[in-house]
Design a protein around this ligand. Structure first.
Ligand code: ADP
Ligand code: MG
Length: 209
């Protein structure tokens, strides 16, 4: 992984988020305040906008820079959470000489742990973590088993979709939807949806190469 491949992934994520505007916006309107799509779009545009700057950096520094940029551009609860993810991923990769799939899996996991710490949340609370935690667990397991990038990408797509679907019948205990009690049941979480969309877009890129 280098900053060129990071820029390709950022462009793919931006395109996928824009393509899923209606879903993402609709979900946050149902059980949130309706701004999640705008927040995601603003973040994606900001990262695609600094592509030339990122190109000059190592992968670790580019991820850290992405985190800092997201912190200053995305509002809402999700901004600082995504920022923590990328900064923590960057910090973990900074210590590696040679970035392999195993290192990426470990850095992804460090990013997910950072979200958990920052948001004081765990699995089962109807948030983005219900996609990110199972994806990270499977990613680490398959990387440890020396599976190919394509095998991992297709497995992670399935896990991300299952994780998203799992939020439907959860009560929300974190974020804005937590005030809704039983009324949140039957709705998917918006942040989980954006994470599923982003993970699918990156995995599709891996599968198309
Ligand atoms: P806001 O909730 O401030 O309007 P967004 O709409 O951008 O911010 O993001 C909402 C999403 O953030 C939720 O759908 C959920 O997935 C995620 N989220 C909210 N609080 C937390 C938390 N404490 N931990 C993890 N994810 C959270
Ligand atoms: Mg919102």
């Amino acid at each position: 992984m280098n900053s060129d491949t990071i820029n390709l992934k950022a462009a793919a994520i931006r395109a996928a988020i824009l393509q899923h505007e209606a879903d993402i916006e609709g979900l946050d309107r149902e059980i949130g305040d309706g701004d999640h799509y705008i927040n995601m779009k603003r973040g994606c545009e900001a990262i695609v906008g600094i592509a030339p700057e990122l190109e000059a950096l190592s992968a670790a520094d580019a991820l850290n820079k992405i985190g800092m940029k997201l912190l200053s551009t995305i509002g809402g609860a999700s901004g600082p959470l995504f920022a923590s993810f990328f900064m923590s991923m960057g910090k973990t990769l900074k210590a590696c000489d040679n970035i392999t799939i195993k290192e990426i899996a470990l850095a992804f996991d460090a990013g997910v742990q950072a979200i958990m710490q920052r948001g004081k949340a765990q699995a089962g609370e109807k948030t983005m973590l219900d996609v990110l935690i199972p994806v990270s667990t499977t990613f680490k397991q398959l990387a440890e088993q020396d599976k190919s990038a394509k095998e991992i990408a297709s497995a992670l797509k399935a896990v991300a979709s299952e994780g998203l679907e799992s939020t439907r019948n959860m009560l929300a205990t974190k974020g804005r939807a937590s005030g809704l009690g039983e009324r949140a049941i039957g709705h998917l979480d918006a942040g989980a949806k954006s994470c599923q969309v982003m993970i699918h877009s990156v995995c599709d890129l891996v599968l198309s190469n």
